[in-house]
Write a protein that binds this ligand. Structure first.
Ligand code: CTP
Length: 401
């Protein structure tokens, strides 16, 4: 029906980009991008009206997001009509606006489009040999100035290459080396650079991407001393395992994957260097606290736990309850001690949910004068409970008596 809406306005409309690419790769993709030749905003409003959907429009960019009642999201962009100056001032060639829109994109594999209008509905449009590159498993830019236009594409090239098991093409690879040599990144803001890096650490397996970044001498963007040595790689693989364990058991508990990987990545650096890295990437204060403070507390906690093996449940509870999931996962990944790892997983699956059944009001009913002693009594009950000495409410009441 998107095609029908476009037809009523006389606009061309196409599904483009990642969604079509992933169809060819037999991968699922939840994001649909539609390019409209005309007004993307008018199209999105009408489409949303018909489907009872919410719509957010960004007039300045001619873009809109439509959110259907079931949560499905559609991004709509307007194929820009303005005159396009070709790189190296080649003579201008007439292009339809969809072709121009696709030509501006990062890699050939992202330039497939499917027509939605009734006239030629469903035909696949492949202006830039995307199908060939998908077949050859190659990441290729569309023109030589691609990385000049947008240096963040260097990180995207590596991310797509590793995600799909593709290889960056020869010419593209040379242009990446050139971009690194000429330091195209210096004109990028720290925030934008980091935003792309973050996407790499959100991937299913970021380890090979780190090695690839090292191949291209890109890790120095984070810090000149950063190397994917054996220890770092081992820690990265450990994170992957721990996250898989967590996701299997706690499917619906949200946390930030990239945060865990990034903590491990910059673990070798002291507090001051870490602070400088966070500043350079203009991280939010919330994230700075995690990397500059919590991460160091977590390492100290690991040290403390190491000196208290065998670990009592009450110690695990007391030491770990202050940490958010990302930090606990970090500790599980970097510790070399089986006992600690087991202790943290025990905390995760079990201990953190334990509470006392006796509460303050029960103590009052038992005739105990309210005061700081309540905290002491309740803590003592919780400790005994955690260590398996109390099993029921009656046990707890007798314990107080
Ligand atoms: N794009 C680009 N240059 C960039 C970022 C994006 O040309 N620096 C283009 C890409 O061609 C992409 C489209 O904009 O198809 C949408 O970007 P994004 O949603 O980031 O790409 P996806 O391919 O959907 O990536 P992912 O699968 O990771 O969501």
């Amino acid at each position: 029906s998107a095609g029908e809406v476009a037809d009523t306005f006389g606009f061309g409309a196409y599904v483009v980009g990642g969604f079509v690419r992933d169809m060819f790769l037999c991968r699922s993709n939840e994001d649909v991008d539609i390019v409209v030749e005309g007004s993307g905003i008018a199209f999105a409003r009408e489409f949303a009206r018909i489907h009872n959907a919410r719509v957010h429009t960004y007039e300045k960019f001619g873009t809109a997001v439509v959110i259907l009642p079931d949560g499905f999201k559609i991004d709509v962009v307007t194929a820009r009509m303005e005159y396009y100056r070709f790189p190296a001032d080649l003579p201008t060639v007439e292009m339809s606006s969809i072709k121009l829109d696709l030509y501006r994109r990062d890699f050939t594999i992202n330039t497939l489009a499917i027509r939605l209008n009734a006239d030629r509905f469903g035909i696949l449009i492949d202006f830039f040999a995307a199908q060939k590159d998908i077949k050859e498993k190659a990441i290729r830019i569309l023109h030589n100035l691609s990385f000049v236009e947008d240096p963040t594409r260097v990180f995207r090239a590596i991310r797509f290459e590793q995600r799909f098991g593709f290889t960056i093409g020869k010419l593209t690879s040379g242009l990446i080396r050139n971009a690194v040599k000429m330091d195209f990144f210096k004109k990028l803001s720290g925030r934008r650079t980091f935003n792309e890096l973050r996407h790499i650490f959100e991937e299913e397996n970021p380890t090979p991407a780190i090695e690839r970044m090292h191949d291209y001498d890109l890790l120095r963007i984070i810090h000149p001393d950063l190397r994917p040595d054996r220890k770092l790689i081992a820690n990265f693989m450990a994170v992957k395992k721990v996250l898989a364990w967590h996701d299997l058991l706690f499917l619906d508990e949200a946390y930030l994957r990239w945060v865990v990987y990034f903590m491990v990545l910059i673990r070798q650096f002291d507090r001051e260097t870490t602070r400088q890295i966070c500043e350079k990437f203009a991280m939010s204060p919330r994230h700075q606290v995690i990397f500059c403070k919590d991460r160091f507390l977590a390492d100290r906690c690991l040290f403390y736990l190491g000196r208290n093996i065998p670990l009592k449940n009450s110690i695990l509870y007391r030491e770990l309850s202050a940490f958010r999931a990302e930090l606990l996962l970090y500790m599980m990944a970097v510790t070399r001690s089986r006992a600690i790892k087991k202790g943290i997983s025990q905390y995760f699956t079990h201990l953190r949910h334990i509470t006392t059944s006796v509460k303050g009001r029960d103590l009052k009913a038992m005739g105990i004068e309210p005061g700081p002693v309540y905290r002491e009594i309740l803590d003592a009950i919780l400790d005994a409970r955690l260590n398996g000495k109390l099993r029921s409410r009656d046990d707890e009441i007798n314990f107080v008596r």
